[in-house]
Design a protein around this ligand. Structure first.
Ligand code: NIG
Ligand code: FE
Length: 391
């Protein structure tokens, strides 16, 4: 068979409850997997594996599905370490620093933005991310938002138009004119480059009426809705996300019982961003309560230079376990299948025949080490679409 066999896997997490131990993670021990082209061709016990041209022996390591980072803002220039230091000394996070990054991003060349994005994505791949969503939102002019989406599209199909990130300073006295621009000419320029429409619906960003306008315009332009909501305070974000049938509402740091009940009764995923809670010293989202209510949750990095400057999904898993009271199994599931659900993807995050061959060979005998050894390099190999990435 002209395929690749990865064998001598001590613990294989398939995320397919039909395979393996019957748990939701579908764990198989002493396992092997065959990749053919960009797909999984076979999964089973190593002793039953078919012969293939190429054989990779992972010496008892654990293999898990590639991480799905369903929320990032990777295209930007500059950094905001001084803002972070001020916050750790007691300043609150308000989102006001977004305009600092907008200024640096507008001033950067497209080559520079592309190189920054490439570097961060290489870092993400080295920590096991195989699918990434990337938002615009640091341009906030027609030309700059388009430029950011052009760069994002070079790296992923999961691109999101976030012209409604904040109202830029030049529109401070005429917010309605900026919302008109986002829903009008900017959307026309950006929609062909985006799959998703997003709005930062929160205090200091966009209110309920503005969010409704932008989501409705984006949907009319053929984009699918997702939302930043309930990061800075209790607000209308979750309610709007559910009402608009959003694939996901992201942050969910401040939730009411009504929010949780409505998420549980919906198909909207609650995407939790523990890196943002960590770096803004916010309370952690109540993942335990969401899961116990039956809400589908995802974990993502929110990688951006203001509220969460990390690409590490293993760190998100460790924070979710320690600070949000998820079990290691629940956190891994949220970082893989949860992310796939938040992107409405059914071709990734499960290691079963026919699925995309996106997987991570951990430098550990068990997936539990993702939380048990925080900060340690977790990944030995990342395979995306059946190809091994040079790390
Ligand atoms: O998801 N909340 C809005 N946007 C980003 C932060 C952007 C920034 O501070 O630069 C977030 O946390
Ligand atoms: Fe974000």
């Amino acid at each position: 068979m002209t395929a690749t066999l990865i064998t001598n896997i001590g613990e294989l997490v398939t995320n397919d409850s039909e395979i393996g131990d019957g748990s939701r993670l579908g764990i198989l021990r002493d396992a092997a997997i065959v990749l053919d082209g960009n797909r999984v061709a076979w999964v089973g016990r190593a002793t039953d594996a078919p012969a293939t041209d190429t054989r990779v022996d992972v010496e008892g390591r654990a293999v898990v599905p590639g991480f799905v980072d369903s929320h990032t803002h990777l295209v930007f220039a500059g950094e905001r370490s001084a803002e972070f230091a001020a916050r750790m000394a007691g300043e609150p996070y308000t989102g006001g620093g977004i305009m600092t990054t907008v200024a640096a991003t507008r001033a950067a060349s497209t080559d520079e933005l592309r190189e920054n994005t490439r570097r961060l994505l290489a870092e993400a791949t080295a920590s096991g991310t195989t699918t990434v969503e990337i938002k615009s939102g640091y341009g906030l002019t027609i030309a700059d938002e388009r430029r950011l989406l052009e760069v994002a599209s070079e790296f992923t199909d999961e691109t999101t138009f976030l012209g409604a990130h904040v109202v830029p300073a030049e529109y401070a006295n005429d917010r309605a004119a900026y919302v008109d621009l986002v829903c009008g000419e900017m959307l026309v320029a950006c929609a062909p480059l985006a799959r998703w429409i997003d709005v930062f619906c929160d205090t200091g960003a966009f209110d309920e009426a503005e969010t409704r306008r932008v989501l409705a315009a984006g949907i009319a332009a053929g984009l699918l809705p997702r939302l930043h909501g309930n990061q800075l305070e209790h607000g209308p974000g979750v309610r709007l996300a559910v009402e608009f049938g959003a694939a996901s509402v992201d942050h969910c740091t401040y939730l009411s019982s009504v929010d949780i009940d409505s998420l549980a009764a919906s198909t909207t995923v609650a995407t939790l961003l523990p890196g943002a809670d960590f770096s803004t010293r916010a309370p952690y989202a109540d993942a335990r309560r969401l899961l116990d209510a039956g809400v589908t949750i995802a974990l993502a990095t929110d990688c951006n230079p203001g509220s969460s400057y990390t690409t590490s999904m293993p760190l998100m898993i460790a924070l979710a376990v320690r600070e949000m009271r998820l079990t290691p199994a629940e956190a891994l599931f949220a970082a893989t299948t949860g992310g796939a659900a938040a992107l409405r993807r059914d071709d990734i995050s499960r290691l079963a025949p026919g699925m995309r061959a996106d997987l991570v060979v951990l430098d550990a005998p068990s997936y539990v080490h993702l939380a048990y050894r925080p900060g340690a390099p977790a990944v030995s190999q990342t395979w995306r679409g059946g190809a091994k990435h040079a790390l």
